[in-house]
Design a binder for this molecule. Structure first.
Ligand SMILES: CC(C)(COP(=O)(O)OP(=O)(O)OC[C@H]1O[C@@H](n2cnc3c(N)ncnc32)[C@H](O)[C@@H]1OP(=O)(O)O)[C@@H](O)C(=O)NCCC(=O)NCCS
Length: 187
């Protein structure tokens, strides 16, 4: 079961499309990811760990596209004009006893934050999970820094609840620490 394209209007009136990631998105997707990481909010990954070389950029896109091909999940991109404004993915756990769990990650480029793309991508990922036959994915979850208020508001508004708190699990470069929350949604 895959995901059909969805057209939306962003909060600034511009149109955008939510659709599965394609190989032709590779360059723009990598640029989007790098801008999310460079902004420094909400992620543990560092810029040096992002895709930079043409080979890395292609491999990253290939990994996301293959999710849908193998049924392990799906990666969705938010396309604004001809640019990837944000992306998210849901990945089922590989082991049989936890295969009904889909783990979500999402990131919107700073230039496109607060315009509704994060919500639209999250709705798409949840819709994909709900659409799997035989209730195959009955739980979705994610990790979020406890100081990431915008993200937490978004997830709560979609029905996610805080299930756990990894105390002081994140340490910023200046030494400040914050908790990492486990949030889950039962479908
Ligand atoms: C968190 C993130 C995914 C949200 O996506 P977004 O496109 O910026 O957010 P949206 O415009 O879809 O807003 C969704 C909700 O977030 C909340 N929100 C938006 N802006 C907010 C702000 N400035 N303060 C508090 N809450 C805010 C609102 O509840 C909003 O709901 P609404 O649609 O009813 O207005 C995005 O900002 C992002 O990628 N941030 C950096 C990386 C990151 O934190 N990723 C998540 C890691 S778990």
């Amino acid at each position: 079961m895959t995901f059909a394209e969805r057209r939306i209007v962003m909060k600034d009136g511009r149109p955008a499309v939510i659709r599965p990631v394609r190989m032709s998105d590779a360059e723009s997707l990598a640029a989007c990811n790098r801008s999310v990481i460079a902004a420094g909010t909400g992620m543990t990954r560092e810029l040096s760990q992002c895709a930079h070389t043409p080979e890395e950029v292609e491999a990253h896109a290939r990994e996301l596209v293959s999710l849908a091909e193998t049924g392990a999940g799906i990666a969705l991109a938010a396309i604004v004009g001809d640019e990837v404004g944000g992306a998210g993915m849901i990945r089922r756990q590989p082991r049989r006893r936890v295969r009904h769990v889909g783990h979500i990650g999402v990131g919107i480029a700073p230039a496109f934050q607060g315009l509704g793309l994060g919500r639209a991508i999250m709705e798409g990922l949840i819709a994909w999970a709900r659409a799997q036959p035989n209730n195959a994915v009955s739980r979705v979850d994610l990790f979020v820094f406890a100081d990431n208020v915008r993200a937490i508001r978004l997830y709560e508004s979609l029905g996610f609840v805080v299930e756990g708190r990894r105390r002081r699990a994140v340490r910023y470069e200046d030494g400040r620490e914050t908790d990492d929350l486990i949030m889950g949604l039962l479908l």
